[in-house]
Design a protein around this ligand. Sequence first.
Ligand code: PEP
Ligand code: MN
Length: 262
Amino acid sequence: ASRPFHPDNTTIEILGHVVGGDEPTIIAGPCSVESKEGLIEIAQEIKASGAHMLRGGAFKPRSSPYSFQGLGEEGLKYLAAAREATGLAVVSEVMEPGLVDLVADYVDVLQIGARNMQNYALLKAVGKTDRPVLLKRGFSNTIEEWLMSAEYILSEGNPNVILCERGIRTFETYTRNTLDLNAIPVVQHLSHLPVLVDPSHGIGHSRYVTAMARAGVAAGAAGVIVEVHKKPEEAWSDGNQTITLEEFDRLAKQVRDTHRLV
Ligand code: PEP
Ligand code: MN
């Protein structure tokens, strides 16, 4: 993952969009996949606002075992249907090595969640696929550990790793996490891999998400991944940090404007 080994920036083409290219990458969608119709509607709206990819969890890493755990394969089918309807690439999390092939059959990008950043068996398994991997930073992990986790994927033969800063744990309790903007220029110095920011998990409150999306791109991020829902207050998970489709339209414009200045 280090620059001396690979001086040029890595770019990753996914359904015609280049991550790490001239345009900022914009990924949006609900925290969890819910209904098929609702997901397709969100996909159509975010596409009209300029998104390149649709996100949505089908296998969810919930803090409580009693919380909604995701629709599983049914959710992956809805994501595939949304791709079919819109042409957007789809991103979804995989949590177990045994499910990597199943998830890879449906999605364009495999997401490794913050809680699994150091699940080495899982990292090796996604490293054996031909799907790009969105590797989230663990909320208690150093930049060095994060890049070593990327190395696990690369060393299995998969060169297409997209890093994602999603906030780390600090003493602050007002926000859910603290989006580590410091990590963006540091990672760009140390590594050739593209890095995105997730301001939704990073700050945890919808009203601040757009400001932190701009900040991430101003710090040099290659783009953003944000949680969006038609009715955030009715979302099955992470509604607090989820923005509306109208708010997303403004966010996408501001991300493009900010990226032009960097
Ligand atoms: C998510 O993207 O919905 C998610 C669970 O993210 P993280 O792994 O960063 O908490
Ligand atoms: Mn979420």
